[in-house]
Design a protein around this ligand. Structure first.
Ligand code: CUA
Length: 326
């Protein structure tokens, strides 16, 4: 029993260290939310211990020491006074945190537009100049120590962006724009998840966020702005031709080529992303080939057709091409 409890506790605490845990905050907003959570947890534990002590006393104390409590006093004390006192202690914390988690934007904040789709994230960086912006998908790079203004909207149904290590969740609503201001104050990788049921692919609508030092962010942004590199080896070159011939370009964009589709994720630098399928699989050549042929089984409901009629070599060639797009 004790061993089981320890195992459970250890498991629970391991969960707090995860890349998607609100109890492992990476920025000021998340830190305040985590502090609020610990306060609520602490008060909850105190109430639990109080009730349990009273219960154990009632069950195990000597019969001579027990007496019936007047029901009216019990209801007044335990049912009204205690909750009012406990909730009055907690309420100010909630109000203070809620007020400080505002959407005040500093002038030097970086603007990122996130447009949710069933079931992926279209991410557009906007540095204020017409030529400086670029589009990516399902992966958010953030410079450490700089405010980020996320402009959130949706292309179809209501989604919700939740990056627990950075901030609370906020809905992305079609025809409406929501703003979320976040900041990462140390480097790290975190995982976000769509937190509003949005159809069959909802559970597999994740995104990866990577907080990096400002210099590293600038280098990444420069690389993202560039059009796709010409594939160097023969297999990837053939994959590029097949990519165009198989109709991939009707839905996907690869800047610098004739692929200008905007229905699916921008693939200009897909090979440099950590995951494919919105946080589903690591970006490897095998996984890319698997995704091309069986994405419907990997992510039920996915809008992309399965290109199962391509043979193994053709899929491998396209996968090699996509992997080369770093
Ligand atoms: Cu998007 Cu749930």
């Amino acid at each position: 029993m004790a061993r089981g409890a320890i195992a459970l506790l250890t498991l629970g605490l391991c969960g707090c260290e995860g890349i998607q845990s609100a109890l492992s905050p990476l920025g000021p907003v998340a830190r305040e939310i985590a502090a609020l959570w610990w306060w609520m947890f602490g008060v909850g534990v105190a109430v639990f211990v109080l009730v349990l002590t009273a219960l154990l006393y009632a069950v195990f104390s000597h019969p001579d020491r027990r007496r019936t409590v007047d029901p009216e006093r019990m209801i007044l004390g335990g049912g009204i006074v205690l909750p009012v006192v406990v909730l009055s202690i907690l309420l100010p914390f909630g109000v203070i945190v809620g007020a400080s988690v505002s959407d005040e934007r500093a002038p030097e904040a970086l603007t990122i537009r996130v447009r949710a789709h069933q079931w992926w994230w279209d991410i557009e960086y906007d540095d204020g100049t017409p030529a400086g912006g670029f589009t990516t998908a399902n992966e958010l790079y953030l410079p450490v120590g700089r405010q980020i203004e996320l402009i959130l909207t949706s292309a179809d149904v209501i989604h919700s962006l939740w990056l627990p290590r950075l901030a609370g969740k906020l809905d992305l609503i079609p025809g409406r724009t929501n703003r979320l201001v976040v900041e990462a104050d140390s480097a790290g990788i975190l995982r976000g998840q769509c937190a509003e049921f949005c159809g069959l692919g909802h559970a597999k609508m994740a995104l990866v966020a990577v907080a990096v030092p400002p210099e590293e962010f600038a280098a990444w942004a420069d690389a993202q702005r560039r059009p796709a590199a010409e594939p160097e080896d023969e297999l990837a070159r053939r994959g590029g031709e097949l990519f165009a011939a198989a109709g991939c370009a009707l839905c996907h964009a690869v800047r610098g080529t004739r692929a200008w589709g905007r229905v699916g994720p921008d693939l200009t630098h897909v090979g440099g992303r950590l995951t494919i399928g919105a946080g589903l699989l690591d970006t490897t050549r095998d996984n890319l080939a698997l995704w091309i042929a069986h994405n419907g089984a990997l992510k039920p409901g996915n809008r992309m057709p399965d290109f199962a009629d391509l043979d193994r070599q053709q899929r491998d060639a396209i996968a090699a091409y996509l992997e080369s797009l770093e």
